[in-house]
Design a binder for this molecule. Sequence first.
Ligand SMILES: NC(=O)c1ccc[n+]([C@@H]2O[C@H](COP(=O)([O-])OP(=O)(O)OC[C@H]3O[C@@H](n4cnc5c(N)ncnc54)[C@H](OP(=O)(O)O)[C@@H]3O)[C@@H](O)[C@H]2O)c1
Length: 269
Amino acid sequence: MLTKKIGIVGCGNMARGILSGVISCKLVNPKSIFVYDSARKASGAFKSKFGVQAAPDARSVFQRTDVVLLAVKPQNLSDALKGLRESKVRARWLITILAGVPRSKVSLFLPKTVRVVRAMPNLGATVGASYTALCGSDRRAVALAGKIFEACGTVTFVSESKMDLVTVLGGSGPAYFFLLMEILAEQGIKCGLSKKVAETLAVQTAWGAAMLASVSRSASPSMLRRAVTSKGGTTEAAVRCMETMGIRKIFGEAIRRGLKRARQLGRRS
Ligand SMILES: NC(=O)c1ccc[n+]([C@@H]2O[C@H](COP(=O)([O-])OP(=O)(O)OC[C@H]3O[C@@H](n4cnc5c(N)ncnc54)[C@H](OP(=O)(O)O)[C@@H]3O)[C@@H](O)[C@H]2O)c1
C-alpha cells in the first residue's frame, strides 16, 4: 500500500476509472485521497462511492496531498490550476492525463517545486484493463505514477514526442472498438436478429478476439486474422470487401485527424 496522500482535481469519467483501479487494488487508503471538482455533486458522488474526502477547492487538494492527478478537460486547465503558481503547497508531483497538453504547459501553472508526469490511460481503467503510456523526467515521479497506473492495467513508458500518438491510438482507442461493436450489432439487427442477440454477439465476439490476441503472445493480431480467414470462406469474402473499400485508408485518415485535434487542444488549453 502507498503511504502517499493522493489528490484528484476533476471527478469525471477518467478519474472514476482510475480511482476504481487504485481502490480495488488497495493501493491507497480511501481516507488518504482528497478530491475536488468544480461541480460539488461530482466530488460528493466520489465521496459516497469510494469513501474518499471531498476538498473545498483545488488549492486545498494541493495543500493536503503528495501527488495530484489532474483529470479535467484540456480547455479547463487554466481555470483548474489558477492561483497555484505562487502558492506554497505540500504536493511535489502532478500527474496530468489531459489530451494534447505538454508537461511544459501544465508546469506554467504550478509552483517550481512540483514535478509533472504526463500519462495517457484509457477507459479500460474502470475494469483494471487500461493501457497507459507515461512520460516524465523525474524518476521518482514516473515510478510513483507507474504504480498508480499498474493498479489500472498495463503501463508503458514513452518519450513525450509520442504522447499525442498514444493518445489518439490508446486513449481514444476504446471508442474505435465500441464503434465496431455498434456496427456489427446494427448489421445484425438490420438482417433480422433481435437487439439483445445482436448486441451480445457483438460484445462477446470482441471480448473473445481481444482475449485471444492477449493470450497468444507469439501470434500478432495480423497472424490471428490470417489464421481465421480460410480460403474461399465467408470471412475472406467480408474482409476482402473491407480492404477493397479502403478500411486501412479510413483508419489512417482518422488517426491523422485525431493527431491534428490533439495539437489544437494543446495550443488552446
Ligand atoms: N474520456 C476518455 O476516454 C479519456 C481517455 C484518456 C484521457 N482523457 C483525458 O482525461 C481528461 C478528463 O476526461 P473525462 O472524460 O474524465 O472528462 P469529464 O468526464 O468531463 O471530467 C472532467 C471533470 O472535471 C470537472 N471540471 C471542469 N472544470 C473544472 C475545474 N476548473 N476544477 C475542477 N474540476 C473541473 C468537470 O465538471 P463539469 O462537467 O461540470 O465541467 C468534470 O466533472 C481529459 O483531459 C481528457 O483529455 C480522457
